[in-house]
Design a protein around this ligand. Structure first.
Ligand SMILES: Cc1cc2nc3c(=O)[nH]c(=O)nc-3n(C[C@H](O)[C@H](O)[C@H](O)COP(=O)(O)OP(=O)(O)OC[C@H]3O[C@@H](n4cnc5c(N)ncnc54)[C@H](O)[C@@H]3O)c2cc1C
Length: 425
C-alpha cells in the first residue's frame, strides 16, 4: 500500500477510518474498484438503495486524484450547453446539461446530508480570461448558462482583480453554484457515509484479475475475491491493466500543486477575501484558492514525473509569482502532484465494457463535482435503470491511437497549447 504524498490535504484532513484489506471470498450485488469520489459515490448511492456493494481500493480511500486535487467544486463540463446539444443531439444534450448543472448541488447536498466535515464553502467559482479569446469564451458561457437559469455572471477586469487580488485577467466567468472543499476530508467523509449506509470498503486491496464466471463477475485481489452480478471500475487516471484497453481510453497527465505558509492578514484581505475557487480559460491552465488558514493553494502543469524535489515545482511557483507579484519569494510549505485523466472529446466517459460491467472516468481535471455525479449515475444504472434513462450516454471503449507514445505526445501537445495561449490568450 502506498502512503499519501506529503500534501496540505494529508496534513490537515479529518482522520481516516480504518478499512482493512479484503481477505477470503465474499459475494455481493456489486463490486467496485477504486476508492476515489467516483467509486465512493457509487458505493454510497448503491448502499442507500439497499444494494450490496463491496469496494476495493489499492491504497486508502482518497489516495488518488480525489485526495490530491485543487478542491474546486465546478459545475458543468468543459463543453457548454450548446456544445453538448451539438455533440449529443437536442434532447440528450438538454438532459445532460441539466444533470451537469446540478453536480455542485449534489456535492454540497451530500456534505450537508451526510454531515461531512470538509471546510466546504459555496463561495463561487471564477474562470479568469487572460485575453480577448478567453473573454469571448466566458461571455458566451455566462450567456448560455444564464439561459438555463444558472446563477452566473461576467466579471469585468476590475471586478476580477478585486475578488482575486490578481491583475492577470481581462475578465472572468463567475459561477455562484461552485465553491471549494478540503478534498481528502470529503473523500474520507464519503467513505464513512458509504460504510454507514452498509457498503463494505477495503483499503490495501489492489484488484489483480477480473473474469466472467457464469452470470457473475469474479474480482480477485491479492488476498481475496469478490463475486458479484455487477462490477464498476472507477480508477480514472490510475487505471492499470485490470481490463484490457480501458487505460488506453484516457491520457493521464501529472498536475502539480504548491501551498504557501498562511498569508499575512494584509494579504488575506487582498487575495481571494471571498475564498472563491479560481481557474482559467487558458489551454494549459493554472488554478488557485485559499484554504481555511489563509494558505494560497496554486496548481498547474509542471512535469510528468512524480517527485517532491522543489526544483520540479519551479515552473508552478514562477506562475504563482507572476499572478501575485506582491508575494515576492513565496514561502512554500507543501508540494505534491496527481494524475488527471484527459479524454479525446473533453467529456467524461461512462463505458459499458461488457454485460453488467461498467466504468466511469475521464473528467479532464474537472472531476470533484462530476465524479460524484458519475457515481450516482453508475449506481442508477447498476440498480436497473435503462442506459437511455442515464443522461450521459454509455459508450463502448475507444482506445486512443498511439497511446504507447503518449509521453512524447503530451510534451508536444503542451508546447503547442502554450504557444496558442501566448498568441491568442
Ligand atoms: C492535481 C489535481 C488537481 C485537480 N483539481 C481539481 C479541481 O480543483 N476541481 C475539480 O473538479 N477536479 C480537479 N481534479 C480532478 C479530480 O480530482 C478527479 O477528476 C477526481 O478526483 C477523479 O476521481 P476518481 O474517483 O474517478 O479517481 P481517483 O480519485 O484518482 O481514484 C482512483 C483510485 O483507483 C485506485 N485504483 C487504481 N487501480 C486499482 C486497482 N487495480 N485496484 C484497486 N484500486 C485501484 C487508485 O488507488 C485510486 O485511489 C484535479 C486532479 C488533480 C490530480
Amino acid at each position: 500500500m502506498q502512503a499519501f504524498p506529503r500534501s496540505l490535504w494529508a496534513a490537515t484532513a479529518t482522520p481516516a477510518s480504518s478499512y482493512p484489506p479484503l481477505r477470503g471470498e465474499v459475494t455481493t450485488d456489486c463490486v467496485i474498484v477504486g476508492g476515489g469520489f467516483t467509486g465512493l459515490s457509487t458505493a454510497l448511492h448503491l448502499a442507500e438503495r439497499g444494494i450490496g456493494a463491496v469496494l476495493v481500493e489499492a491504497n486508502e480511500p482518497g489516495w488518488g486524484a480525489s485526495g490530491r486535487n485543487g478542491g474546486q467544486v465546478i459545475p458543468g463540463l468543459k463543453l457548454d450547453p450548446s456544445e453538448l446539444r451539438a455533440k449529443y443531439g437536442e434532447e440528450r444534450g438538454r438532459r445532460l446539461t441539466t444533470t451537469v448543472g446540478l453536480t455542485a448541488d449534489l456535492v454540497f447536498d451530500l456534505i450537508a446530508r451526510c454531515r461531512i466535515e470538509c471546510d466546504a464553502r459555496r463561495s463561487g467559482w471564477i474562470q479568469g480570461a487572460p485575453g480577448p479569446k478567453g473573454l469571448a469564451q466566458v461571455r458566451r458561457r455566462a450567456e448560455e448558462w444564464s439561459a438555463e437559469g444558472a446563477d452566473v455572471a461576467v466579471l469585468e477586469r476590475d471586478e476580477v482583480e478585486a475578488r482575486t487580488g490578481s491583475g492577470a485577467y481581462a475578465g472572468a466567468f463567475l459561477d455562484r453554484r461552485g465553491g471549494t472543499i478540503q478534498p481528502l476530508s470529503y473523500a474520507r467523509g464519503l467513505a464513512r457515509a458509504a460504510a454507514a449506509a452498509g457498503a463494505r470498503i477495503h483499503g490495501g486491496s489492489p484488484a489483480v484479475a477480473l473474469e466472467r464466471v457464469g452470470q457473475h463477475w469474479k474480482l480477485a485481489t491479492d488476498a481475496g475475491a469478490v463475486t458479484a452480478s455487477r462490477a464498476v471500475l472507477c480508477t480514472n487516471g490510475y487505471t492499470d491493466r485490470l481490463w484490457p484497453g480501458l487505460a488506453q481510453t484516457v491520457i493521464p497527465i501529472l498536475s502539480s500543486i504548491v501551498a504557501t505558509e498562511p498569508l499575512s492578514d494584509n494579504l488575506r484581505t487582498v487575495i481571494l477575501p471571498g475564498r472563491e475557487g479560481v481557474s482559467e480559460t487558458r489551454r494549459v491552465l493554472n488554478w488557485f484558492s485559499v484554504d481555511g488558514k489563509g494558505r494560497l493553494v496554486f496548481g498547474g502543469r509542471a512535469n510528468q514525473q512524480e517527485t517532491d524535489d522543489p526544483q520540479a515545482f519551479g515552473a508552478v511557483v514562477r506562475r504563482l509569482q507572476s499572478a501575485f507579484p506582491m508575494l515576492g519569494e513565496p514561502r512554500i510549505a507543501f508540494r505534491w502532484a496527481g494524475y488527471v485523466a484527459l479524454t479525446r472529446d473533453h467529456v467524461p466517459h461512462l463505458n459499458e465494457l461488457a454485460s453488467n460491467l461498467f466504468a466511469g472516468l475521464g473528467y479532464n481535471g474537472r472531476g470533484v463535482a462530476m465524479s460524484t455525479m458519475m457515481g450516482k449515475l453508475l449506481a442508477e444504472r447498476v440498480a436497473g435503470a435503462r442506459a437511455d434513462d442515464i443522461p450521459l450516454p454509455a459508450t463502448p471503449i475507444s482506445p486512443i491511437p498511439f497511446h504507447g507514445w503518449r509521453a512524447t505526445g503530451i510534451a508536444l501537445a503542451i508546447g503547442w497549447k502554450r504557444l496558442q495561449d501566448w498568441i491568442n490568450p
